[in-house]
Write a protein that binds this ligand. Sequence first.
Ligand SMILES: [Zn+2]
Ligand SMILES: [Zn+2]
Length: 478
Amino acid sequence: MRLICNRALAALPAVMAVTFIVAGPGALTPRAQTPKRLALVGGMLLTGYEVPPIHHAAVVIEGNKIVAAGPASEIKIPADATVVDTSGRAMLPGLIETHGHLIVLGHGAYETWFPWITAHGGDAMLTRVMEISARQLLMAGVTTTIDLGAPLKPSLSIRDRINKGDVVGTRALVSGPWIARLSGPGAGGAMQVGFGGFNIASSAEAAQKVEELAAAGVDHIKAHSGLTLEDYKAIVDAAHRHRLRVYAHVYAETDVRHALEAGVDVLQHVGSAGTAPPYSKELITDIVNAGRPVVVTAAHRAWVYQDTAEFPERLQDPDLKRAFGPDIYAEVQDSLKNWWTLGYFQRTDREMLYRERGVRQFIESGAVMGMGTDSGTPMNFHSEALWREIKVHVDMGMTPTRAIAAATRVNAQIIGKGRELGSIEPGKLADIIVVNGNPLFDITALSHVEMVVKDGAVYKGGPPVDAKPRSSGIAPPR
Ligand SMILES: [Zn+2]
Ligand SMILES: [Zn+2]
């Protein structure tokens, strides 16, 4: 094994010798750099397709694009390339999160989190929180995130500042406020208000809100709860006129049915692994036959709860302390003191009963499955949400190769960026991560992200060079 690799390296012209810097969690101050040509050489390559890995591989990047990928022995490394030795590691496409929330970061309760933000700087604190979340995601190897619900201005601002290189963070595509139809306490509740949701009273108003969001420049629409079939239809019609995708937050069978029939593009939660009992065979079959993607967001309630019961120490991960700063860390710790009493986990008993069936019914059906986590919800930290979600899918019977494809290539297709993102092949944007370990053998290797390349720029690990990252190569939605 070494031989092939060494031969490949020896065959290189006199390249700049660059040490592969292994950063301890949070040890590096991530500084982006944009070498003209970058080559990652020696490690195993998972391309994002459901095929066996390429061993002792090489990936060549020019600017922000991948120009070559394959066995190192067959890839010509340009003489002026900066070479990073990835021997003994696995390389795979940057992960994509199809359900994140940058304005929350694991705090235990929305009813105290949002007032705390208001009392501690308001917009300035909100901005800081979103920056922290975006950075946590990127350092965890999540190079693209679909944000599904936050006030409009801060959403657009964080997206644009990341793209300009002013903020180090995951590439964010944002919905801004979600659209819901709520009555009673939910209408003015902490969640609806804090996430900045629109509460509509008619289908026409729902369509109007889509028009406003489209005009403001959002990347997609989030259809939240309480909506009728007519509401979904109005939202989808308006959104599709602007070529915006619609993500629906659906649990109950009737809501899933309505969203499916109205042509919603991605069904999110779909029971969240037990919140709603398993769906009828007929509904699952219709979802499969329609080819409509589902994102189960399985781990964030039932599994996170049990994992925390087994290892409450996870709540005091020093990485969180470093990422949050003392004030936010103290507030989050305070909110999680009696984490098992939190309202967010009220339904965990029922979820525990149905959670496995809730995930398996989709895996076994052959449905198009993406991967998303509701990242940022209570105890569901951005630094680990996605690898936990992927692990649940693998534990429930999805092969590691399929689970990685779901979190990369399939996710890219689901979000409408299949031509630019999601796989390691010439022509794609250079979003690549390097992990310690073989994720095909042990999927939790995805929790050991040593190097992150986004848009051709190195944000973690690799040669430390000061430079501003280039702007995202992603085309605007319209
Ligand atoms: Zn949701
Ligand atoms: Zn959500």
